[in-house]
Design a protein around this ligand. Structure first.
Ligand code: FAD
Ligand code: NDP
Length: 470
């Protein structure tokens, strides 16, 4: 007699997977998610096709900031004379700067590896491809996993232009050989403005060409012309609008021809015209993962793609392309999939009030709404703004000025936007972001005692709006 199983109680055996969690991409988001999951005792694997740490560590935030520090010395040497220091400024040894940077990045790659292996993560080197909802292939070997995370980041995008094969992207800027004495930068976003400032500081003659009337679209209306003026004072030739017709090789290097007929000689032409998600060759179609109109992986509020077992975070979803956001998303996802760490609440990523800095010279720091965004959301606003010569520059001789601006919702008195252009703006704005997350009103700012003499104290001493509430 055949055994019969009542269908209502029959449970098929649980499918067994090689891993609980398979992470594709060892950048900011992927490393954090893999490490957090590994620390929970889960069986975790990670595949990385390049160097651990991804864009931020290898060709982004970290080497960029190191070069920004290097570039700031140029103005420090210059300004020191006003404080009585005598003597010629030292010259830059570019190969030495590159070598020191490379050594530090290698050290960081090693730390990432230790952190991952220390958390029990099984590391695979190679390009990973999805085969189906639970299978990933790396170097010809297939691995199954209950959950798969795609954290493959983004890559620079260069629009078609005659001579486009002669240009470089930010990836190549850290190791240029020789140092570019004449640099043309195309674009007006974060990367274009940062690299223009940095290479100007390092001693290059820099021209920035941006297709728009003003750099840094999306930033506050007072910040944009202010930083443009500061960059010009520092020596960057900003051409706004400036559009490239073609790039050609000449005897002396390269020549950039503009639509208006101007020509510019250059040693290096950097295109910093945005980044696109790394979705190519990932097998997304085979697995059924949908992309949105921007070509980015579409995810829901919990980073789930159109395939329930596959999630995506960070730049490959092309939302907010910042390292702390990729890290926050990685941690929120691990808590959502596997539960929070013992004794801790589940983390959620909040997308309001994300502070950000642009490491131009001087820096931009910003958190919350621009004046235009706030106007749409709240209607009646009070705008507080100050623009001054910092104390340091009374002796340094530098013409650099600092801008600070508060955008206040008149009805609630809440500070909904805070913007700064000035030295260390990123460092200063980080603290104010905490106050704004806590809902600080202008009255709270006013009741806060300043630290004297600093630039930051201006944020708590602006009493009269520059524009009455309207
Ligand atoms: P990534 O860090 O890009 O990591 C993705 C990883 O996936 C890479 O290592 C890649 O090799 C790997 N990969 C891709 N495809 C595969 C595959 N099929 N198989 C295996 N591995 C794969 N953000 C800031 O917050 N502050 C800054 O100052 C800042 N400066 C920047 C400067 C520059 C020049 C650039 C380009 C970016 C900067 N960013 C900055 C942005 C920041 O670097 C990114 O937002 C962040 O790195 C995104 O992390 P991620 O994990 O999504 O992707
Ligand atoms: P952005 O989106 O910031 O800027 C792209 C720039 O290129 C814009 O000025 C855009 O002009 C211009 N552009 C786009 N397409 C074309 C085209 N076809 N021809 C000419 N110009 C064009 O991108 P980035 O590449 O600078 O940086 C990518 C992201 O990386 C940033 O958005 C940021 O999230 C992150 N990042 C963060 C940093 C930080 O935190 N400090 C530093 C560096 C990068 P338009 O404005 O007219 O569209």
């Amino acid at each position: 007699m055949l055994a019969s199983f009542p269908t209502s109680t029959y449970k098929p055996p649980m499918p067994t997977f090689d891993f609980d969690f398979f992470v594709i991409g060892g950048g900011s988001g992927g490393v954090r998610a893999a490490r957090m999951a590994g620390q929970r005792g889960l069986r975790v694997a990670m595949a990385e096709s390049g160097a651990l740490g991804g864009t931020c560590v290898n060709v982004g935030c970290i080497p960029k900031k190191l070069y920004s520090y290097a570039a700031h010395f140029a103005e420090a040497f210059e300004e020191s004379h006003g404080f009585g220091w005598q003597g010629e400024a030292p010259t830059l040894d570019w190969p030495q700067l590159k070598a020191h940077r490379a050594k530090e990045i290698t050290r960081l790659n090693g730390i990432y590896q230790q952190l991952l292996t220390g958390a029990g993560v099984h590391l695979l080197t190679g390009h990973a491809q999805l085969v189906d909802a639970h299978t990933v292939q790396v170097n010809g070997t297939r691995f199954t996993a209950q959950h798969i995370l795609v954290a493959t980041g983004g890559t620079p995008s260069v629009p078609p232009v005659p001579g486009g094969d002669l240009v470089v992207t930010s990836n190549a800027m850290f190791d240029l050989d020789p140092f570019p004495q004449r640099l043309v930068v195309v674009g007006g976003g974060y990367i274009a403005c940062e690299f223009a400032s940095i290479f100007n500081g390092l001693g290059a003659q820099v021209t920035l060409l941006h297709r728009g009337e003003q750099v840094l679209s999306g930033f506050d209306q007072d910040v944009r012309p202010f930083i443009a003026a500061e960059m010009r004072k520092a020596g960057v030739d900003l051409r706004l609008p400036g559009e490239v017709a073609r790039i050609e090789r000449t005897h002396g290097g390269l020549q950039v021809s503009l639509n208006n007929g101007d020509t510019l000689p250059a040693d290096t032409v950097l295109y910093a015209t945005g980044r696109v998600p790394n979705t190519h060759g990932l097998g997304l179609e085979a697995a059924g993962v949908k992309l949105n109109a921007k070509g980015a992986i579409e995810v829901d509020a919990h980073y789930q793609t159109s395939v329930p077992s596959i999630h995506a975070i960070g730049d490959v979803t092309a939302r907010v392309q910042l390292t702390p956001v990729a890290l926050g998303e990685g941690m929120a996802l691990v808590d959502h999939l596997f539960g929070p760490a013992a004794g801790k609440p589940a983390r959620r990523m909040a997308y309001d009030l994300i502070p950000t800095a642009v490491f131009t010279h001087p820096n931009i720091g910003t958190v919350g709404d621009t004046e235009a965004q706030a106007r749409e959301k709240y209607g009646k606003l009070r705008i507080y703004r100050t623009d001054f010569k910092p104390l340091k520059h009374t002796l340094s001789g530098s013409p650099e000025r600092t801008l600070m601006k508060l955008v206040v919702d008149d009805a609630s008195d809440r500070v909904v936007g805070l913007h700064m252009v000035g030295a260390d703006a990123g460092e200063i704005v980080q603290g104010f972001a905490v106050a704004m997350k806590a809902g600080a009103t202008k009255a709270v700012f006013d009741s806060t005692i300043g630290i004297h003499p600093t630039m930051a104290e201006e944020f708590v001493t602006m009493r009269e709006p520059v524009r009455p509430a309207d």
